[in-house]
Design a protein around this ligand. Sequence first.
Ligand SMILES: *Cc1c(COP(=O)(O)O)cnc(C)c1O
Length: 396
Amino acid sequence: MNFPIAARLSRVPPYPFEQIAKIKARKQQEGAELIDFGIGDPDLPTPDHVVEALREAATDPATHTYDESGNGLPEFRQAVADWYARRFGVKLDPETEIQHLVGSKEGIAHIFLAFVECGDCCLVPDPRYMVYSVGASFADGWFFPMPLRADNQFLPDLDAIPADVARNAKIMFINYPNNPTGAVASQEFFEKAVAFARERAILLCHDAAYSEVAFDGFRPQSILSVEGAKEVAVEFHSLSKTYNMTGWRLGFVVGNPHVLQALGKIKSNIDSGVFMAIQRAGVAALAGPQDCVDEMRATYQERRDRLVAGMKKMGWEATPPRATFYLWAGVPGGMKSAEFSELLLDKANVLTIPGSLYGQEGEGYVRFSLTVKGPKGVDLIAAGLENMERIVRPLI
Ligand SMILES: *Cc1c(COP(=O)(O)O)cnc(C)c1O
């Protein structure tokens, strides 16, 4: 049967990687060795002590039932509260200010259902992690893109949002360190965003999935460290990028208790929480030794430096990101993003993501993810650079 697809689903743009996927499949058929700077999914394994904690917890029948808490195991929430206090100096009540998630993406997508009515406006960055606008669409809302541009350090210009749009907005999403631009936010910007949201009664959602992926000693802060932030804000976190746990599906959201309670009600009617053995492993990750996090940072920092240096040598200037494992590079020679990405894939066996797939403002950029899969990341980056040189140099 050709059942008609619901409008909310048809409003979601078609899978954007189609053209790239086609070329990738053809290249692989031809036996080409692709160097994959595409999807941002850590190539390093989950630390041993976390895997060991899962192994142990999985053999305990007490973990085999539904987790009836709704917001997550008490020991997981306590581990989050302790981590927040240590890492950001922010105090959280584990009972009311922490909600575990089936990966942060799940919570990001579902929060719209709790606060957005048909026709409501949501403020989202452009370029962005697509779940923000898809979440708004699934809740039958619409989204207003806030441009992130180099001349404003890839921060949204809040004063440029039309007053009537801002007045009617229900949710604003921001994300720092930022995917895809690699930009970071200052405390001053966080203060401004909180004040903006408080004045207009907008639920401010901060996606901090990359808070631990930062370089050169830089440590991103929590938006909840801004005074009064908890009145309007929640912050999303994930174990995915910090501990190489993307497949495990474990994240959390913290902040305003009223907001968390509403999201919890949505979740209790849709999912029944994360496997308790995985939550226990999450405790091992957050409360255990953190040298694995230092190693993760050192790995990406070395790859970042290798890539930026190699590009510079061919005359292609790119700003090294202070955080995230993404390099957001301007397309040389005024080519379109998609055209350039296809060229790199076709002629250099290098897979990048065209910036235009992250929103209109991404046109003119490509995103390199430093999570290159293979035995040794830096060597792959060196090979990628060698392949690109021939193609890129004439364009500059
Ligand atoms: C990877 C990512 C996430 C989260 O991932 P989960 O695995 O669902 O926790 C959230 N936001 C951004 C911007 C990301 O890139």
